[in-house]
Design a protein around this ligand. Structure first.
Ligand code: ARG
Ligand code: ZN
Length: 872
């Protein structure tokens, strides 16, 4: 039973305000809710409320107990007969938090003795707490009263402003919260238990005092300081960049080790997977510090893009997620290095979203239908969604985009909006019709942008022909041309930028062409010599660029392009050619060009260490696989290793070791950009050295492991030793496990590094690790660290030719599904792309998937993914 975008109807009943009284207990919690109901006069449907697994204890309408015949609760719906407009419906229900392993609704984090209670409602968790029209276009005012035993639950929190607290008989206490802003129920949250906090006062730009509070269990509260700083930076940034101020007296953020996603933007009470909140040098890598900063900002930014303006229905999910990811990316670019951030974001897009768009799970940024909405929190909705906002922002320019956003907030504050509303506001504020961009939201698949240039020396003309093609995707046989902004510059053969003249206009050295037909030709005048085009600068559209560059042209861009992203991109393209040139049919010349170009950069002191590290990294195995029609992951792994070996050889043992020592001289765990860049390059140099002289590299790694000042260096060293199965790996692993025995996030890395071991032996390693006492399928981070890493981040390990990896993984998915369907469904997407495997693996993957699909006990979550992966 699919839910379709086209079937949208306004709600027949809404809830003007809700009073919730919650009597908290680990085994049993009772929730009383009073809904003040409004009826849409234009509709005559009976009152229907969502409710899942609720034990209904009592129900009254306007104070009168209802007879059995007056209501019906079945199949997740409570239907009440003869309800009048303006009625008050009161229900009392019981739920069982300790039994809730799906981590949706109200559940227990940690142990019965020391853990705490919390909620996760997005997308449809509120119906696991009380009866309600569980859809984002029902906005209500919330008053929430919590009651609990004081000794066991000293801290009681809910969203909104505090509105009183006090003692009750029998060692119990209460606390009340009122939220002045109407909001959808997916933003409801409560937290109760023994938690510590750190606090800070914050004065908003518009003069409002806010208390910022980070909460966690006592043993990790010291690791919340970085997140608190990041929160303050995010708040200032949103004030400066978008004129958006915070709007409650308090802002609470809580860390939990038991969470299905990264974090959640509940109004006034954000809840975070500890992985994205806790940070300290001894247990967090530089990447993790950046991730904490980004996710803290992301959830904070949702307060305006998501909470104040929310989504009409879940098909509009990208309205809040794509936009908020974009804002988060802008923020991170401002706080750190903009080109490095862009490289990181585009790499992520290619690693996660491009394969999604190219396989059986392909769906538009605004999907047309779904069966389980939790399956649509995807790279397409988030990352591609962000790229679409970036294109719009680029089209309007900085001031124009800000004008558009201001109008968007002005028009839709306090309401549930659509993507059409968003594009209209952006367009209307700038007198530009952005409707053509809606096609991007409706069409799945990654467009291929073909570019071909030719130079006419006599006429001094350079003509560039751009063409686009999107391959068919499941359910979308016809594809339309999309508006594709192509930012470009031209270089002469000495690497100098050329001034651009198009249609009699002088355009400076960079311009944006918009291709909005299947094919178009652009002619540049006054071009003195045959140029090398730098196309799609800054990755101006989420497309695959196909352009027949020669290795020499790419080497020229790699050496001279001033657009940091395109410089890196030229290196990636050259690495692709290098990879191809090492095939039996190739002559190796592109590989030589790639190695020579990088060797020159390696010795160039003006280049940033972090950028150099990224330049020295060829595209990943998944990106190489994406270009092939019959994928053999073992072969790709071997060939990519071979490619890197060529590079290592070209750089040479002596130079690599010398550079390693130079970088290692600055050991420490300072978080400034220079120190981070040094660590990043050091890791890369060590990786390359290991391909040349394993003995020396392992000795250096073992020493680095032992003397590391922080997790970045320690984990990098461990990674090399484990990957190479070096003699020193066993001792390092044992040390790591012992050192971090009480640190689950660090232990996740211990599992993850071992699950990354390339090739056939990994499966046995994973099966052994499952028997570790610290392993459990019940904790999402742990399950992801071992099983998710194995299946999604280690192609040569997972895709064994004998299919044993597939059978093992499918078996675990079924087990996990019984515990936590959301996590099972998410991990199952590792099977995406099986149709393009070489025949032996394809057959084996198909058999494992078919056996899984044949099971009758699968959740709707897992069932939808498996069915889509298999059949379409
Ligand atoms: N809105 C959250 C975010 O910041 C994600 C929550 C998704 N939760 C879920 N169960 N699907 O991106
Ligand atoms: Zn989000």
């Amino acid at each position: 039973s699919a839910i379709r975008l086209d079937d949208y109807r306004r709600p027949a009943w809404t809830v003007a305000s809700i009073e919730l009284d919650v009597d908290l207990g680990i085994d049993r919690t009772e929730i009383t809710s009073r809904l003040h109901l409004r009826r849409d006069p234009a509709q005559s449907l009976p009152l229907r409320l969502d409710g899942e697994n609720l034990e209904l204890l009592s129900i009254t309408l306007d104070g009168r107990a209802l007879a059995d015949a007056d209501y019906r609760y079945a199949d997740g719906v409570l239907e009440v007969a003869a309800v009048q407009d303006n009625s008050t419906l009161e229900t009392r229900v019981r739920v069982r938090p300790a039994e809730n392993t799906a981590l949706e609704g109200l559940y227990l984090s940690g142990s019965r003795e020391t853990g705490f209670l919390l909620t996760q409602c997005e997308a449809e968790g509120f119906r696991h707490i009380t009866f309600f029209p569980d859809r984002p276009d029902v906005l209500s005012r919330y008053t929430v009263t919590l009651r609990a035993e004081r000794a066991r639950f000293p801290v009681l929190l809910a969203g909104g402003n505090p509105d009183g607290a006090g003692e009750l008989p029998d060692g119990r206490h209460w606390a009340r919260f009122v939220d002045p802003h109407p909001r959808p129920c997916y933003l409801f949250a409560l937290v109760a238990g023994r938690l510590e906090s750190i606090r800070r006062d914050y004065l908003t730009a518009d003069g409002h005092n806010v208390l910022l509070v980070m909460w966690s269990e006592a043993n990790v509260i010291d690791r919340c300081h970085y997140a608190l700083d990041a929160l303050e930076r995010s708040m200032r940034w949103d004030e400066r960049s978008y004129g958006r101020n915070y709007d409650l007296d308090v802002f609470h953020v809580v860390a939990t080790h038991d969470f299905n996603m990264g974090a959640m933007e509940n109004k006034g009470l954000n809840i975070f997977n500890a992985k994205y909140l806790l940070a300290d040098p001894d247990s967090s890598t530089d990447e993790e510090y950046r991730a904490v900063e980004a996710v803290v900002a992301h959830e904070y930014f949702h307060n305006w893009t998501g909470n104040r303006v929310t989504c009409r229905d879940w098909f509009q999910l990208s309205l809040k997620e794509g936009l908020t990811v974009f804002r988060e990316q802008q923020f991170s670019a401002d706080m750190n290095s903009a080109p490095l951030k862009r490289i990181e974001d585009v790499s992520l897009l290619r690693r996660t979203q491009f394969p999604e768009d190219a396989g059986p799970l392909a769906h538009p940024v605004r999907p047309a239908e779904y069966r389980e909405i939790n399956n649509f929190y995807t790279a397409t909705v988030y990352e591609k969604g962000s790229e679409l906002v970036r294109m719009l922002a680029g089209r309007l320019g900085q001031d124009g985009f800000r004008r558009g956003m201001d109008l968007y907030f002005e028009r839709h504050d306090g309401h549930a909006a659509t993507l059409e509303d968003f594009l209209s506001a952006l367009g209307d504020a700038n007198q530009i019709d952005l409707k053509p961009y809606l096609a991007w939201y409706a069409q799945s698949g990654t467009p291929r942008l073909h570019a071909k240039g030719s130079y006419n020396a006599e006429r001094r003309e350079y003509s560039l022909t751009l063409a686009q093609l999107t391959r068919t995707t499941p359910g979308q046989p016809e594809k339309l041309p999309l508006p594709i902004p192509v930012k470009l510059a031209l270089f002469d053969r000495h690497g100098h930028l050329l001034p651009l003249h198009l249609d009699g206009q002088a355009l400076g050295s960079e311009t944006v062409l918009v291709l909005d037909k299947a094919e178009q030709r652009f002619v540049f005048h006054n071009v003195p010599s045959s140029p090398v085009p730098s196309l799609l600068r800054g990755f101006s559209a989420p497309v695959v660029l196909e352009c027949d560059y020669t290795p020499a042209e790419l080497a020229l861009l790699l050496a001279h392009d001033v657009d940091g992203f395109n410089r890196w991109e030229a290196g990636q393209q050259l690495a692709m050619l290098a990879f191809d040139s090492l095939q039996p049919t190739g002559d190796g010349s592109a590989c030589k060009a790639w190695c020579d170009a990088l060797a020159a950069l390696f010795d160039n002191p003006s280049i940033d260490d972090a950028l150099l590290a990224d330049l020295l990294t060829p595209p990943g195995e998944i990106e190489f696989a994406d270009r092939q029609s019959e994928v053999d992951p073992a072969q790709i792994h071997a060939q990519r290793q071979h490619l890197q070996q060529q590079l290592a050889q070209r750089l040479g043992v002596t130079a690599l070791i010398a550079r390693y020592h130079t970088l290692a001289a600055h050991a420490g765990q300072q978080l400034d950009a220079v120190s981070q860049a040094q660590r990043r390059l050091k890791r890369r140099v060590l990786d390359l050295l290991a391909l040349l002289d394993a003995h020396q590299a392992h000795a250096l790694a073992a020493r680095q492991y032992a003397s590391a000042h922080g997790m970045t260096d320690r984990l990098a060293a461990l990674g090399v030793l484990v990957r190479d199965q070096a003699a020193q790996a066993t001792a390092a692993l044992a040390d790591f496990r012992q050192r971090y025995a009480d640190n689950p996030l660090a232990l996740d890395k211990w599992f993850g590094e071992q699950a990354k071991l390339p090739g056939e032996p990994t499966l046995a390693v994973v099966m052994r690790l499952e028997n570790e006492p610290a392993f459990t399928l019940k904790n999402p981070n742990r399950a992801r660290a071992l099983l998710g890493t194995f299946a999604s981040a280690n192609p040569s390990g997972f895709h064994r030719a004998d299919g044993a990896g597939y059978r093992f993984f499918a078996e675990r998915l079924a087990q996990l599904d019984a515990i936590n369907p959301q996590i099972a469904a998410r991990l199952a997407t590792a099977f995406n792309g099986w149709q393009r495997l070489e025949p032996v693996r394809r057959e084996a993957a198909h058999a494992a998937l078919a056996a899984l699909a044949a099971r009758e006990d699968l959740s709707r979550n897992l069932n939808e993914i498996v069915a889509n992966v298999l059949q379409r």
